[in-house]
Design a binder for this molecule. Structure first.
Ligand SMILES: NC(=O)c1ccc[n+]([C@@H]2O[C@H](COP(=O)([O-])OP(=O)(O)OC[C@H]3O[C@@H](n4cnc5c(N)ncnc54)[C@H](OP(=O)(O)O)[C@@H]3O)[C@@H](O)[C@H]2O)c1
Length: 295
């Protein structure tokens, strides 16, 4: 299977490229140098001989999108539309990534795939426009909404927090915004399964469990590190508020945790709890660093 992957300099794209290469698949890296999402004219020729196109490339920073809405629309909406059209015409399987930020975040609990998506910032709105365009142009496409991805080479919140805990840095985290983290390791398996099983449609691709804040993740991470001997004592993690962050130009949705049962029921095994995935991530760090347990 020849798999074209966009955004291979990014978190998800790089991890998927490594994963499929390790599986022995032929991966074609479609990074910005060849496949600039602002200029879709060349997409057609670049898809020659490709069986599957995976599109994690995006303008993914909410503040960047808020400040450059035309660019956000071009990259997050118009480029996926063109990819979906071409894949449909050429019989290429298309898998596209979206986000929990398509939701307004105004309701407690977990969102289902068909719940109303009413984004409150340019990022979420441009990603939602991309979803709708992809579904209309290519009903066979797969769209995965992910949230708070960690465990890729490019560090995310979980990796940064783990490092701060190891460094004994001052710890504070936002405690009034909720979602569910997504293990990159699990995400790779889900993508592979969906591609091999001719899936289509929108799926919520995050781990299972209750919604959690960044503060809750930091506490769970520290507990796991303590339990597994990566640190010898826990420290207080100060709870802060979203409103304490003054440099955000895009508003952030508050409750965007997603219900993954649709995807979970399709997989050979149910999706695991985010705490179990986080524990494994900590275990992997322990192995990778050959860190000796401190007593
Ligand atoms: N990571 C998360 O926690 C998270 C959460 C929710 C949703 N998502 C969604 O998941 C997907 C993957 O996210 P990610 O975390 O991997 O994003 P990322 O780390 O920000 O990577 C984005 C990728 O898109 C590429 N890109 C941006 N503009 C481009 C252009 N004009 N032409 C070609 N490539 C361009 C970037 O290339 P350059 O390096 O050249 O800029 C980079 O490789 C996105 O659809 C995102 O919306 C991610």
């Amino acid at each position: 299977m020849k798999i074209g992957i966009t955004g291979t300099t990014g978190r998800v794209g790089a991890a998927l490229a490594s994963y499929f290469t390790a599986l022995g698949e032929q991966v074609v890296s479609l990074d910005r140098a060849q496949f600039d999402l602002i200029n879709p004219e060349r997409f057609d020729e670049l898809l020659d001989n490709i069986d599957v196109l995976i599109n994690p490339a995006a303008l993914s920073a909410p503040d960047g999108c808020e400040n450059f809405p035309e660019q956000a629309n071009a990259i997050n909406h118009l480029a996926p539309l063109r990819m979906a059209e071409l894949c449909n015409i050429r019989g290429i399987v298309f898998l596209h990534f979206s986000t929990d930020y398509v939701f307004s975040g105004n309701e407690l609990g977990k969102r289902r795939e068909n719940d109303e998506a009413n984004a409150i910032n340019v990022y979420g709105a441009s990603k939602r426009a991309g979803e709708i365009a992809v579904m209309q142009a290519n009903p066979a496409a797969i769209i995965l909404r992910v949230s708070w991805v960690y465990g890729a080479d490019k560090p995310a919140y979980v990796e940064q927090t783990l490092q701060k805990i190891l460094n004994n840095d001052l710890l504070e985290a936002i405690a009034d915004k909720w979602s569910i983290p997504t293990s990159m390791k699990d995400l790779c398996e889900w993508v592979n399964f969906l591609l091999k099983n001719q899936a289509s449609g929108v799926y919520h691709a995050c781990n299972a469990g209750e919604p959690v804040s960044w503060h809750g993740i930091a506490v769970a991470l520290q507990e796991s590190m303590l339990h597994q001997g990566l640190i010898s004592s826990a420290r207080e993690i100060m709870a802060t508020k979203l409103s304490d962050i003054s440099h955000f130009s895009a508003p952030r949705p508050i409750h965007t945790a997603m219900d993954n049962s649709l995807l979970s029921h399709q997989l050979p095994q149910p999706i695991r709890h985010w705490r179990d995935a986080l524990d494994e991530f900590v275990r992997d760090q322990l192995v990778a660093s050959h860190h000796k347990p401190s007593m």
